[in-house]
Design a protein around this ligand. Structure first.
Ligand SMILES: *[C@@H]1O[C@H](CO)[C@@H](O)[C@H](O)[C@H]1NC(C)=O
Ligand SMILES: *[C@@H]1O[C@H](CO)[C@@H](O)[C@H](O)[C@H]1NC(C)=O
Ligand SMILES: *[C@@H]1O[C@H](CO)[C@@H](O)[C@H](O)[C@H]1NC(C)=O
Ligand SMILES: *[C@@H]1O[C@H](CO)[C@@H](O)[C@H](O)[C@H]1NC(C)=O
Length: 549
């Protein structure tokens, strides 16, 4: 029923659009065939060939330099949508240009956002904000060296015209490792919208704590990874939760002294490390702790722990099934929640920097829990996806979208610059699409996502560059035009205009749009000018700059 109404609305809208165009007269809407101008995708890859910096694409009409995704696949159906990545340099020259990027599944760039903050961006994806789809990502500074593992920054929201909003939470009373100049206190790990237009974020607060129970200093310090729920409109704090108030330090699997710190003021003990939060319903939140190897269900009313599933012991749920153990895990998400059951998916790193290299490989894990927890009804393994033939061990970060719209799943390997789409087959092991976007050890992307996205930039226009070709005779020259429009997803062709000067342009024909940047060939009078334009779904044309020879 709903879909019929939807189709009727679309038909009516297209008909009105048609009428509007037709009433503007024959120049704009013309049943005659238009001159086809030859065009193709411009593809140029720079390969530094040094084993460090990954090959990257360059364009003529845009300064963007995204990684050249090397893609393999088996040709079976992929879920609709684009791939969202935040390739980040590991301070070893692995990335030519940082940005939150959207690619199509052929590896063509769709959009690269601007960002601020010294450490780049994380967690780029599509979420519903104020009732409409938005791009969201985190930007800011992350901590380094023995203070590794978290960040201080803000959440950026871009609507379907790329208008920008931000959530920084500078007003929260949080002690950071960089007391000055943080652009906000939101941590890099999570910024998850709820259905009631609030956002759940992680925030690290440096807090004094007695660490003698775990062999650390009595006057020690912890990086207390807290959970906040914030009303997006008013920025009011709706809920906050501190692991120090609810779990024991000695339940952590991270030793006080590790590559991540030693419990002193400048190298804090990150005993809990919350890295994902999700509202299961209005009363309950699911949170994931990397260092406890545990996922908790919390009461959103008073913060008490309702139950926990522990990746080693099972916690409140009894013995875990074979291949259902998890450790150092990320991105816990609840699915198909009923009174008596819940599915949870994880990116199961099963590994951190100091793990034994023979640890089980990193996997995309899904289990079904019987509720309420009852040790006589242990969790059931739904899926434990391991990349065949290539046992990847991802020591940090990562994401797992367990069910896309066509039943496929999507994994971002975090510390390893690999993302893939696997099919819904019986054992879940059919890799349908896989992309690499960096050399191991040089590039990572905190999470990677598959999402559909439709947008038209409001504040920037299409961009055009022309280059003289060799051919020239009788006052006519051949030129190559290069046209792009960062982030415009709804266009399929370029109207090409030429003339003897910028005030005298006439439509020469139509070039099909290919790839991020379309290259076309056209003859122009010497010293002439070129412009492109593209007609948006409801008739309005957006023109590029005028480029003269
Ligand atoms: C760029 O990516 C394409 C598509 O995966 C691949 O065929 C090509 O070899 C890559 N180029 C370089 C220089 O890596
Ligand atoms: C990025 O910033 C530049 C300079 O302010 C601006 O011209 C461009 O349109 C911006 N691009 C995006 C995607 O916001
Ligand atoms: C952790 O500490 C608590 C109280 O401080 C203690 O009762 C418990 O036995 C300790 N657990 C371990 C595993 O050491
Ligand atoms: C949730 O249920 C739907 C419908 O049965 C199913 O297609 C989907 O795979 C389930 N989700 C998970 C995570 O298994």
């Amino acid at each position: 029923m709903a879909s019929r109404v939807y189709i009727a609305v679309i038909c009516l809208a297209s008909f009105l659009c048609f009428l509007t165009l037709y009433s503007r007269g024959p120049h704009l809407f013309n049943f005659q065939e238009e001159t086809a101008i030859p065009s193709s995708a411009y593809v140029r890859v720079i390969d530094p060939g040094d084993g460090k910096k990954w090959p990257y694409r360059v364009f003529k009409s845009s300064p963007l330099r995204p990684p050249n995704l090397t893609i393999t696949g088996n040709g079976n159906a992929l879920a609709n949508g684009y791939v969202f990545l935040t390739p980040k340099d590991r301070k070893r020259g692995g990335v030519e240009q940082h940005a939150p990027y959207i690619f199509d599944t052929d590896g063509e760039l769709v959009f690269a956002a601007n960002f601020s903050g010294e450490s780049g961006t994380t967690d780029f994806r599509v979420q519903e904000v104020d009732g409409t789809p938005h791009l969201t990502f985190w930007q800011g500074s992350s901590t380094h060296g023995s203070r590794a593992g978290h960040g201080y920054g803000e959440v950026v929201f871009l609507d379907e015209e790329y208008n920008e909003n931000k959530l920084s939470l500078r007003q929260l009373d949080i002690k950071t490792l960089k007391p000055t100049e943080v652009i906000g206190v939101v941590d890099l790990h999570e910024h998850q919208m709820t259905p009631w237009n609030s956002i759940l974020v992680t925030v690290f607060n440096n807090t004094p704590a007695d660490l003698s129970s775990v062999g650390g200093p009595q006057d020690g310090w912890v990086a207390n990874s807290m959970v906040f729920e914030i009303d997006v409109q008013t920025q009011e704090v709706l809920f906050s939760w501190s692991p120090l108030d609810h779990v024991l330090l000695n339940e952590s699997h991270l030793p006080v002294k590790s590559y991540m710190g030693d419990g002193t003021k400048n190298a804090l003990y990150d005993f809990f490390h919350v890295n994902s939060i999700q509202a299961v319903d209005e009363d309950r939140l699911l949170i994931n702790s990397r260092h406890m190897w545990t996922t908790y269900l919390l009461s959103r009313k008073d913060g008490h722990i309702i139950w926990r599933i522990d990746g080693e012991t099972g916690g409140d749920f009894g013995t875990l099934p074979e291949n259902g153990h998890f450790a150092w895990q990320h991105h816990a998400r609840a699915h198909n929640v009923t009174e008596t059951s819940m599915m949870i998916s994880w990116f199961n790193n099963h590994f951190y920097r100091n793990s034994n290299p023979t640890a089980p490989p990193t996997s995309g894990l899904v289990m079904e829990l019987s509720l309420p927890p009852d040790k006589t009804k242990p969790p059931r393994l739904v899926r434990n996806f391991v990349l065949p033939d290539e046992h990847l061990h991802s020591g940090s970060q990562g994401s797992h979208q367990a069910v896309l719209e066509n039943g496929n799943s999507f994994i971002g390997y975090g510390e390893l610059p690999v993302a893939l789409d696997y099919g819904p087959g019986a054992d879940g092991s059919e890799v349908r699409w896989k992309a690499r976007f960096g050399h191991d050890g040089y590039v990572h992307s905190f999470r990677a996502f598959k999402h559909t996205w439709q947008a038209t930039p409001k504040t920037w226009n299409p961009s055009l560059l022309v280059e003289l070709d060799e051919y020239s005779s009788d006052g006519i020259v051949g030129v190559h035009g290069y046209a792009s429009w960062n982030g415009a997803t709804e266009i399929s062709k370029w109207n090409v205009y030429t003339g003897s000067n910028k005030d005298d342009l006439h439509k020469m024909g139509l070039a099909m749009k290919y790839g991020f940047e379309t290259r076309f060939e056209i003859d122009v009078v010497s010293d002439g000018c070129v412009q492109v334009g593209t007609v948006l779904p409801c008739g309005k044309e957006r023109r590029s700059n005028v480029a003269c020879i």
